[in-house]
Design a protein. Structure first.
Length: 217
């Protein structure tokens, strides 16, 4: 199965993170023009299935997060792994998965959501900036300027600085949150278990919560 996709705005490549421990690349333009639907590159190296993938445009790289507990940085031109990141290395949580990843707008920082928390790395120095134990698996995260928003298997939206300081933790309607998204106005939407969506203002106040249900046929 394909667990995540990402598109390069630079050259129109489509990347997919798959359940066979590989990532794949297609040329979207060729597919659209029906010139070719063949995979143009395969990224092999992970030892378990992939959860997430992100594009680092300026460096012609993609980053993948895997059930094997690592994130890998790949060269899109050669298909080779240039760096392996291990967000969780202590023995108590050995084997922890990397369920989600995010790259900031400057493409200098990488955030990894794991089975126990968040790990942030400098892509310029290849160093870990901080590890935060959230007490629950992190299932989605994103950068908001110099801060990180994260949600996971608890009813909360957490906000961290780039150095790991907790700015806020806001209770959310979904008992387990799977996705977080930001609006340019500063509003955040959190979606999760039971079809619940919570909309939160940039000041941390709840604007509304609603439930998505399938249409009756």
């Amino acid at each position: 199965e394909n667990n995540a996709i990402a598109i390069s705005k630079q050259d129109g490549s489509l990347f997919a993170a798959a359940g066979d421990a590989c990532a794949y690349c297609w040329d979207v333009v060729c597919i659209y023009l029906r010139e070719s639907g063949k995979c143009k590159m395969t990224f092999k190296g992970h030892t378990d299935y992939l959860h997430s993938i992100a594009v680092r445009e300026a460096n012609h790289q993609v980053v993948t997060g895997s059930e094997d507990g690592t994130a890998r940085i790949w060269d899109c031109r050669s298909g080779k792994c240039t760096q392996t990141i291990r967000p969780v290395q202590n023995k108590k949580t050995e084997g922890s998965w990397v369920g989600c990843i995010a790259i900031d707008a400057s493409e200098s920082w990488l955030a990894c959501g794991t089975s126990s928390g968040i790990s942030v790395w400098s892509l310029l120095s290849n160093e870990c900036i901080f590890n935060a134990d959230c007490g629950a698996p992190v299932q989605d995260l994103l950068f908001d300027k110099n801060q990180i928003l994260a949600v996971g298997a608890e009813p909360a939206l957490s906000r961290f600085t780039i150095n790991g300081v907790v700015v806020s933790q806001i209770k959310c309607a979904p008992p387990s949150a799977f996705s977080v998204s930001m609006h340019s106005s500063g509003m955040a939407a959190v979606a999760g278990h039971g079809g619940l969506v919570d909309v939160i203002s940039g000041f941390g106040s709840h604007l509304c919560a609603f439930c998505c249900r399938g249409l009756d046929r």
